[in-house]
Design a protein around this ligand. Sequence first.
Ligand SMILES: CC(C)(COP(=O)(O)OP(=O)(O)OC[C@H]1O[C@@H](n2cnc3c(N)ncnc32)[C@H](O)[C@@H]1OP(=O)(O)O)[C@@H](O)C(=O)NCCC(=O)NCCS
Length: 242
Amino acid sequence: MAVDTAIQTDDAAYRGALVNPYGARYATVADAVAIDHVVREAFGASAPKTSSARDMKRRNTTYIVATRGTNRNGEDANVGSEGNGGFSRRLRSILSVSLGSSEPQRVMSNIVGLVGIWTAADQAHIVVIATRPNRRGHGVGELLLIATMTEALKVGTANATLEVRKSNLVARSLYRKYGFSDVGVRRQYYHDNREDAIIMSTPSFSDLGYRRSLRHRFTSYFAARGQTELQVDPMQYLALPE
Ligand SMILES: CC(C)(COP(=O)(O)OP(=O)(O)OC[C@H]1O[C@@H](n2cnc3c(N)ncnc32)[C@H](O)[C@@H]1OP(=O)(O)O)[C@@H](O)C(=O)NCCC(=O)NCCS
C-alpha cells in the first residue's frame, strides 16, 4: 500500500505532487545476504556477529528493509551520488558484470537500509538499524523508525527501547526525534573500544501525549517526503479517543 499524503495532510501543495523514492517492507530470508552486507558495511568490525537469516528464524525477531522505489515513469528514483535516470543504472550493471564486485549486486537489488526488531517482555528492542552510506540524509533512517514504531504498535508492545554508542550523535538525534530519551548507561558495553552504551526508551505507547506526537511526526514525514510505499499503514494503530 502507499500512504498517500492527500490523506495525511490538508496542504493541497503536496497532494499527489511528491513521491518518496524510498519505501519499506518486511524482509524475508531471501534478503538475508543483502541485509548482512549492509550491516557489515555500516558497522565494519564491530558489526553484530549474528546472521539475519538465523535471527529471522527465531520467533519474535523481525527485519524490515527500506527499498529504493520507482518514480512515476517507472524508472529508478535515484538520488544522491548515483544520479538520475536509466543511464547510470545501465552503467552500474555493465560495470558489475565486466569488473566483478565483492558486493552481491543482484541480491542487493534495491535495499538501502534495514532495521532488526526483537520483541520480548512487552518491549520492542531495536537490535540493529542502518542506512547505506550513499543514501544517508534522505529520510531512510526515519522511515525505518516509523516502520519500527508501527511494528511495535501492531505487536502490542508497551514501548520501544535500544542501546546506542554514546558517541553516535546522529543516531541519538534520530531516536530523540521519535520520542526516545536516555534512561540508563551500560558502562564499557562495546568490546572494541570499551565505549559506554546509552539505553534509550520511548514513553508508553498508551500515553496519549506520546501517541499524538507520533501521529504528528508521521504526518510531517509523509507531508515532507511524499507518498510512500509501505506494507502497513502507520496510522492505523495510533487512533486517538474522540
Ligand atoms: C543513524 C542512521 C541510521 C540515520 O539514517 P539516515 O537515513 O541518514 O537518517 P535520516 O536521513 O532519516 O535522518 C533522520 C534524522 O537523523 C538525524 N541525522 C541524520 N543525519 C544527521 C547528521 N549528519 N547530523 C546530525 N543528525 C543527523 C537527524 O535527527 C535527522 O532528522 P532531521 O532530518 O529532522 O534533522 C545512519 O546514519 C546510519 O546508518 N549510521 C550507521 C549505523 C548506525 O550508527 N546505526 C545506529 C546504531 S544504534
